[in-house]
Design a protein around this ligand. Structure first.
Ligand code: ZN
Ligand code: ZN
Length: 696
């Protein structure tokens, strides 16, 4: 006995059930060991207890122990082994082993067990029937589950909840609602299933209403209810509502539960209150992977990319292993900042974790490489991913589009169709964007028509924006105008902005003024139409009108979004805003700009101060022209990297005409490739030229 106890304690502590099982199989104390396994608390401590247990349980416990500890294969193997012996499985065995099939998605195996259950006459047992139903619903055979449910002589609460959850998880909301209404009684699980079903399927309002009804019905809420309702509140972005739910959570005493607190972090972050999210995070007595991931994703969603990366690093230092959700939350932060080196570190991390085959992670990586300017790396990775889905193809297609490789994007789209991957609305945004930046008007119009037939995808505002951009850019301004007027949905301000951009490109003052006036009315606090109209006047040499617009902006107290650029040097990201003097290397940066400016002027460049409206406050305007954020970032990059290194800069707004011209000159003067990603697309500057062909 002592030997067994010793072994058992050792293996139990080590959590190594496999070793123990091997020992069991070889041991003459085999049955006793099965029991040891099942009794975590009295594990090998009292022989009396063991004797007692010995008599009542046998193999079932090992099967259950396997199942609980995540060894479904072993649990099933044990059943087979058992069926070879004279010990026959009973209802308890079946109820234990069915979840193992569920876990593995082994529906064939489950059906064999179903047969054994019928033969053994156990189907009338509600516990067994419920476990079977659960297996079928979770393995995607809802019809089979329904058949069982209909035939059940006595349905209990679990039976009703299982079939309800089955419909809810399969997304059949109509049937779920019907079952919910038919139920003789509804408990916490039933209400929570219904709330989760609505929330998962994007019906946040319904979820919130159901939550209210649940409370009116006086049904107890548990932590799962809160975890299900919080994403609905987050989706609507209703901060007040979220606060109310938080209050309820505090009253019910669930606020210290890690899952609930993590859902709260997520809710606050999505409602835009990153401060509260952080407060929740700080207050948590313990944090798990979900809490860290929620915090990282929260920062990334709120545009606080440096913090997202910082939190990711802290999480790893705290000894937690990131999972696929963590990786796909932190990678967009790298992508947004153009932090290629850090993104590459994370790539290595992903390889080590063995998560590269996860298509969500792979897509985020492809997207990161594309957005960090490494379109070839993105393609290389894309080719290597074995499991492919729409999101992955979308990342690659949009990447090409952003870099101005319109033809490559369209080629890839054809390959996508050949590979049998179905395009979705995001695919078409990428495709239309690609045709627009490559000036392929006819192709673009054809793809736009393809959307409704054969693909049955309703165009959204994003697609209309691409179309107006495509038609307008190509110079068909009247046609673009008519396109907006005839749209079946109410045109958003952004469409008019798009047309205004086209007017600027083609110097159409008349239509430009008309469109700008329209936007002034629709969106009075938006500075962008003023800036665009001012640019249109500038292009037409109407400098009095440019001055008038500057005055208007000042009089109406319209705030422009401050221009900001990021550059990654030696794995840390440096941010600059226009005229920034906060960087420790400020003196060197400005001196470098001065030096560059002289060299550029010698090469024929002259600063065009007439376009300063784009990026800075106007009173600071002209003197700051050469201090726009991207220029500061480029100068910093030149100072801190070795000659010949590519400089990669990311900017939050569109690059202005002067910066565009200046960067072309700089690329020539210093003989470097400079890649700038602005709000709209990539510009690859080499030898005094830009890949966009001055068409952006
Ligand atoms: Zn500029
Ligand atoms: Zn360009």
């Amino acid at each position: 006995m002592n030997t067994i106890t010793h072994f058992s304690r050792f293996y139990h502590k080590m959590g190594s059930i496999t070793h123990l099982a091997t020992f069991c199989r070889e041991s003459r104390f085999r049955e006793k060991l099965f029991i040891l396994l099942s009794t975590h608390n009295c594990c090998a401590c009292s022989s009396a207890c063991l004797q007692h247990l010995h008599t009542c349980i046998a193999k079932n416990t090992l099967s259950e122990a396997y199942q609980r500890q995540g060894y479904p294969h072993e649990a099933l193997a044990l059943l087979h082994e058992m069926q070879q012996t004279d010990v026959q499985p009973d209802h308890f065995t079946f109820a234990t082993v069915l979840p193992a099939c569920t876990k593995m998605g082994a529906v064939k195996e489950g059906m064999n067990i179903h047969q054994s259950i019928i033969e053994g006459g156990f189907l009338s047992d509600a516990v067994v029937a419920n476990a079977l139903m659960d297996m079928y619903t979770k393995c995607g055979s809802i019809a089979k589950a329904r058949e069982l449910f209909n035939k059940m002589p006595q349905k209990n609460m679990v039976s009703w909840n299982t079939i309800l959850a089955g419909y809810a998880q399969s997304g059949d909301l109509d049937e779920a609602t019907r079952v919910f209404k038919e139920m003789p009684r509804r408990d916490t699980v039933s209400w929570t299933s219904m709330i989760a079903a609505y929330a998962h399927n994007g019906l946040a309002e319904n979820a919130l209403n159901t939550f209210k009804q649940m409370q009116l019905a006086g049904v107890k809420t548990d932590s799962t209810t809160f975890v299900s309702i919080l994403p609905a509140s987050a989706k609507i972005g209703d901060f007040e509502q979220g606060m109310n739910i938080h209050q309820r959570i505090i009253e019910s005493g669930f606020s210290s539960e890690v899952v609930v607190a993590s859902a709260l972090i997520d809710m606050y972050a999505k409602c835009g209150s990153i401060r509260r999210a952080r407060e929740m995070f700080e207050k948590m007595p313990q944090r798990n992977l979900f809490s860290w991931t929620a915090m990282i994703a929260g920062y990334a969603q709120n545009g606080i990319f440096e913090e997202a990366l910082e939190t990711f690093i802290q999480m790893k230092m705290a000894g937690l292993k990131p999972d696929s959700t963590t990786f796909s939350s932190v990678l967009p932060a790298c992508a947004k900042m153009g932090a290629l080196k850090q993104g590459m570190d994370i790539h290595r991390n992903i390889i080590q974790s063995g998560l590269l085959s996860d298509v969500l992670v792979a897509s985020a990586l492809v997207d990161m490489y594309a957005k960090c300017g490494s379109i070839h790396k993105a393609r290389h990775l894309f080719n290597e991913v074995s499991k492919q889905d729409t999101v992955l193809w979308n990342a690659m297609i949009s990447g090409y589009a952003m870099h101005g490789y319109g033809k490559d994007a369209l080629k890839l789209f054809e390959l996508m169709k050949q590979a049998g991957i179905y395009p979705d609305h995001v695919t078409f945004v990428g495709i239309l964007f690609a045709t627009s930046h490559a000036g392929l008007v006819d192709k673009g119009c054809k793809y736009f028509n393809d959307m409704s037939d054969p693909y049955c995808i309703m165009p959204t505002m994003d697609h209309y924006v691409c179309m107006v951009d495509l038609i307008g850019r190509a110079g068909y301004l009247e046609k673009a105008f008519n396109f907006i007027i005839k749209m079946p949905i109410q045109p958003a301000v952004i469409l008019w902005m798009c047309l205004l951009g086209a007017c600027k490109l083609h110097k159409d003052i008349r239509l430009g003024l008309f469109t700008a006036t329209l936007v002034f009315e629709l969106d009075p606090k938006n500075a962008a139409p003023y800036v665009l109209l001012s640019d249109i006047y500038a292009k037409g040499d109407r400098w009095d009108d440019v001055q008038k617009i500057r005055k208007l902006i000042k009089d109406k107290d319209i705030k422009k979004i401050p221009g900001c650029s990021w550059i990654e040097v030696h794995k840390s990201v440096h941010a600059f805003c226009a005229g920034d003097r906060s960087h420790p290397q400020t003196r060197e940066i400005y001196a470098e700009l001065e030096k560059l400016s002289l060299a550029m002027k010698a090469g024929g460049y002259f600063p065009d101060s007439r376009h300063v409206l784009n990026d800075v406050e106007e009173e600071e305007g002209e003197m700051f022209l050469c201090h726009h954020s991207e220029k500061l970032a480029i100068a910093f990059g030149l100072l801190n990297t070795s000659p010949g290194t590519t400089i990669r800069v990311v900017k939050n707004l569109r690059v202005c005409i002067d910066c565009h011209t200046a960067t072309k000159f700089i690329s020539k003067v210093v003989a470097r490739e400079i890649i700038v990603r602005d709000a709209n697309r990539f510009h690859h500057f080499t030898h005094g030229q830009c890949s966009c062909g001055d068409y952006w």
